[in-house]
Design a protein around this ligand. Structure first.
Ligand code: HEM
Length: 441
């Protein structure tokens, strides 16, 4: 594959600093002070300031199907109740994920012509049937229960090592030393690339979240250019594995063999690689961090699992519900749809807010509380529903289960010892800094 003569961006010529100057929220704002009609839940600042749950509480109460007419992401609907979110997620015929209709993330993807522009990155999460399903099938064998069993010992030995190496009695950032460390090692294994390169994968995954962040890139175009370095890296591996007959058991060999993926354009190749990196990284990482935060807030729940390790499986689901590592998915309406007296017009953008549905008290009892014995914890929305339901959900559950088994064997508590900082993104609901002290048994 060649990337020569990639076309630069041909859409909105506005810098990231200009976007921040126009849409940035003041420090002391409350979601209840904003006029309801102007409330823009997709403003990343709500998430960076850890106020997003209040925004959604208000929307569920006052406007569960809500239209924002003007935002950094244009106009869009917000759907915030559990049952409505699930219904839309499962209705893939009327609600498209196709990149050509705008893709799955608010403001993340302009309607894309020409198809070889650097920002145009088709990936199967941004395809409708049949292409979505054909390409998903190519990598699905990596994530079956029986295949994942092969990884169990490796995940456990790495987890033990990472936890054993943590500093004693000193402050450290759990995100860097544990969450990133473990997810990056797993990703390098799935792609079968050298472990020394694992932080490159994290860098490209983080780049996706930073494309519109003026602290990192002045324009989105600069961010996309950085992302194309990921193409150079993986293209060399692709050529090498193709030359060897593509018979490996890693994700790149699977893509090289697959009938619907072996002739991908450079843009599509990069798109699918980025999907597999981001999907398995940010999400699991933030669930690993969220558990620590949750038990600091609900120490009696930690005591329960310390006394009964059989609760770990359900506890993992509950942590993933509580955190909701993916804030939203976006869809495009393919026809007019009536929902609770509102008309979503054909071509309108619709954000389904998993973060909100997971805190809906019509579905979950005391939804803001971490309750590791919650009977319906597994019904959380965090992995989505329908044809795009998270392909890696079993792997995420397995990584978290092993992590918690090993934490409980070693530590009496992991105490938060400083200010927690949050990712400025309405797409990935993340924690960037989690200063802790680990108390060994
Ligand atoms: C706690 C961890 C995780 C969470 C919360 C999560 C969440 C999600 C969500 C919300 C979707 C979209 C669902 C929809 O549109 O209905 C998704 C899709 C996907 N996830 Fe995950 N994910 C996690 C871990 C992983 C891991 C570890 C991998 C693989 C390494 C992975 C790979 C994927 C892929 C490939 C898709 C696209 C599926 C499709 O379009 O058919 N995820 N994930």
């Amino acid at each position: 594959m060649s990337t020569e003569e990639k076309r630069p961006l041909e859409f909105e010529n506005i810098s990231n600093s200009e976007i921040r100057a126009k849409w940035g929220l003041p420090d002391d704002i409350s979601p209840y002070e904003v006029n309801l009609e102007e409330l823009n839940p997709a403003n990343n600042d709500w998430f960076g300031k850890n106020l997003d749950l209040e925004v959604f509480k208000r929307l569920r109460e006052e406007s569960p199907v809500h239209f924002t007419s003007d935002s950094q992401a244009g106009s869009y609907w917000s759907v915030t109740k559990y049952e409505d979110i699930k219904a839309i997620d499962m209705d893939h015929k009327r609600f498209s994920s196709d990149i050509m209709n705008g893709g799955i993330r608010l403001g993340g993807q302009p309607m894309s012509e020409p198809p070889d522009a650097i920002f145009h990155l088709p990936m199967f999460i941004m395809q409708d049937q049949p292409k979505h399903t054909d390409q998903r099938k190519v990598v699905a064998p990596m994530f079956t229960g029986s295949h994942l069993e092969n990884f169990e010992d490796l995940i456990r030995s790495r987890t033990k090592k990472v936890l054993d190496d943590l500093p004693d009695g000193e402050h450290f950032n759990w995100v860097d030393k544990v969450s990133i460390e473990l997810t990056s090692r797993m990703l390098a294994t799935l792609f079968d690339v050298p472990q020394e390169d694992r932080l490159k994968l994290i860098h490209w995954s983080d780049t996706v979240e930073r494309i519109t962040d003026p602290d990192f890139f002045e324009t989105p175009e600069e961010g996309f250019q950085e992302l194309w370095k990921c193409f150079e890296y993986f293209n060399a591996i692709w050529e090498d594995r193709k030359a060897k007959g593509g018979d490996g058991n890693d994700l790149i060999s699977m893509l090289a063999r697959g009938e619907s993926t072996r002739d991908m354009t450079p843009n599509e190749f990069l798109g699918n690689v980025i999907l597999l990196i981001v999907a398995g990284n940010d999400t699991t990482r933030n669930s690993m961090s969220a558990g620590i935060k949750a038990f600091n807030q609900y120490p009696e729940q930690l005591a329960k699992v310390q006394n009964n390790k059989e609760l770990i499986n359900n506890m993992v689901s509950e942590i993933i519900r509580w955190q909701s590592p993916v804030g939203h998915m976006c869809r495009t309406a393919m026809e007019d749809v009536e929902l609770h007296g509102k008309t979503i017009k054909k071509w309108d953008k619709v954000a389904i807010w998993y973060t909100s549905g997971n805190r809906d008290d019509d579905k979950f009892i005391e939804p803001h509380k971490l309750d590791i014995e919650r009977e319906d914890a597994r019904q959380h929305l965090s992995f989505g529903f329908g044809i795009h339901r998270c392909l890696g959900n079993r792997l995420a559950d397995l990584q978290l289960k092993i992590l918690w088994e090993e934490i409980l064997d070693r530590f009496t508590s992991i105490e938060i010892a400083g200010d927690v900082k949050y990712l400025n993104s309405s797409f990935i609901r993340g924690i960037t800094d989690l200063p802790v002290v680990a108390h060994r048994k």
